[in-house]
Design a protein around this ligand. Structure first.
Ligand code: NAG
Length: 506
């Protein structure tokens, strides 16, 4: 025990010495991320259609912590030039944002394209491009047109076709300037939280099959959009198309074989459902989890497994259908075969997994209950994926820290978090992981889904009570700017000014 402590002290000392000299490559893309529903507002301007978040928040306000909604949010619809000015203040290389499906296709289907919706995104993208900021566009960040939800949404086998048609419109309209495409943001949150549970719209809570049906159609939809881009648009536009999956680190609580197995099954249920069909050599849903669900389904009287299968043709079509692996990473959990179990409804995904999870008390807590600063979690997660999937290209497409609104702009906990995270990123680069960029979540405070405006993730504070939704840089914004401009992490850097200005000629 003593030796271990001494060794780890020594390792900490050594890494403190080398950290100052470690540099991010010049072509590493530093950015921030946001999503349409969380910032845009303008929920019913021009001919924009209703989406599932508009519907849920208007009809079920009690489900939202502060009974708020995204009708106005940070009003990026009217403030997009200020947003791009903030990107310039930070010196960002890239900006990740999402397109609102129902703003571009008011009916969800591709028979009618909204001129006003397309014009808004053209203006936004052109403003970024004008200042050399690389736009990274997500096609789907949770805001499904309500009409398509009424027709079954992700549970419908027609979903892949609807999504492909929408994707083609977006590639055709914006692909001359957007060279980084992400099909879906966080399939786990779409499928598990929206279909298998009740923590994201459309809060269906179909616990037995919701997650699995959604997973199958989401993965097929991703592959259809990827192939459409690859076959029709890539030859002339020359960009890349990938998917963003939430990958928090999930390791075993103890060294026991049982806990190792429990952690593996939990990983298969959390992100393997979406990553395995696309990035593994074999394709299809994760094998051990498939077997467990098939066995339990039979015991429970279902005529077929609650987890649908891929045909051989589908398996081949999906396998390898991504130019990169986008990772949203925030924290870590420890998985136990026997301890920390909760009573999941039976049947459900996590009853299928049948494991418990916990976090360590010494990990610093954010405001969001699921978020703590867990040491080296980025390194552990990416090394795992790097080995498992034979070294794909990665982008970290989200990573960030929450606070309460009253905490204001002195956000030292966020600074501690970002410095630790970016040191973990440097560890990945040193280890040979092909990681090309890092997007901090978020450029500014925004609507944190069911938590409304009670949890703030912004490098910029937003005053939601002010008519212009005034944005003010937090201390962390200055620290991030310094990291980007110096390409190093200086642990002693203390911002000395509260005013950010744009360098001439940026
Ligand atoms: C979700 O579904 C489960 C299983 O049917 C049920 O026990 C639970 O009460 C539901 N929860 C909500 C909030 O609807």
């Amino acid at each position: 025990m003593k030796t271990t402590i001494l060794l780890s002290l020594f390792a900490t000392f050594c890494s403190a010495l080398v950290q100052r000299d470690r540099r991010f490559p010049d072509d590493f893309l530093f950015g921030t991320a946001t999503s349409a529903y969380q910032i845009e507002g303008g929920w019913n301007v021009d001919d924009k259609g209703e989406n599932i978040w508009d519907r849920m928040m208007h009809t079920n306000p009690d489900a939202i912590t502060d009974r708020s909604n995204g009708d106005v949010a940070a009003d990026t619809y009217n403030n997009y030039k200020r947003d791009v000015e903030m990107m310039r203040e930070l010196g960002l290389d890239a900006y990740r944002f999402s397109l609102s499906w129902s703003r571009i296709l008011p009916n969800g289907l591709a028979n009618k394209v909204s001129d006003a919706g397309v014009a808004f995104y053209n203006n936004y993208i052109n403003e970024m491009v004008k200042y050399n900021i690389t736009p990274m566009a997500t096609l789907y960040h949770w805001d499904l047109p309500q009409k398509l939800q009424d027709l079954g949404g992700f549970a419908s086998p027609l979903f892949p076709e609807w999504f492909e048609n929408y994707a083609k419109v977006a590639f055709a309209q914006f692909g001359d300037r957007v060279k980084h495409w992400i099909t879906f943001n966080e399939p786990r949150e779409i499928c598990y939280e929206g279909y298998g549970h009740f923590t994201k719209a459309p809060i269906l809570n179909v616990t037995d099959v919701g997650t699995y049906y959604c997973a199958k159609h989401l993965v097929m939809a991703h592959a259809k959009a990827y192939h459409a881009y690859n076959d029709i648009f890539k030859p002339t536009q020359g960009g890349v198309c990938g998917i963003t999956i939430s990958v928090n680190w999930l390791g075993p609580l103890t060294d026991s074989e049982e806990d190792f197995f429990a952690a593996e099954i939990r990983r298969q249920a959390e992100w393997g459902l979406y990553a395995e069909p696309i990035f593994s050599e074999k394709g299809g849903f994760p094998q051990e989890l498939s077997k467990i669900v098939a066995r339990k389904s039979a015991e429970q009287g279902y005529p077929t497994s609650r987890m649908p299968a891929f045909t051989e043709e589908e398996r081949k079509y999906v396998r390898g259908a991504s130019d990169f692996f986008g990772v949203n990473h925030y924290t870590a959990f420890l998985i136990s075969a026997n301890e920390y179990k909760v009573n999941w409804p039976v049947p459900s995904v996590f009853a299928d997994v049948d494991a418990g999870l916990t976090m360590l008390p010494e990990w610093e807590k954010a405001v969001s209950v699921w978020l703590r600063r867990a040491p080296h979690s980025i390194y552990k997660a990416l090394m795992h994926l790097h080995k498992k999937y034979n070294g794909p290209i990665f982008y970290i497409t989200e990573n960030g820290w929450s606070q309460i609104p009253e905490d204001g702009c002195e956000d030292d906990a966020r600074i501690r978090y970002y410095r630790a995270a970016l040191n973990s990123v440097l560890d990945c680069l040193d280890a040979g992981v092909d990681l090309r960029g890092y997007m901090a979540w978020s450029l500014m405070d925004n609507l944190e889904w069911m938590e409304g405006y009670t949890e703030r993730f912004g490098l910029y504070e937003v005053d939601f009570a002010s008519p212009k939704k005034t944005r003010t840089p937090r201390k962390s914004a200055f620290v991030y700017k310094h990291i980007i401009s110096t390409r190093t992490i200086d642990p002693d850097y203390e911002p000395h000014t509260r005013t950010m200005w744009i360098d001439e000629g940026h």
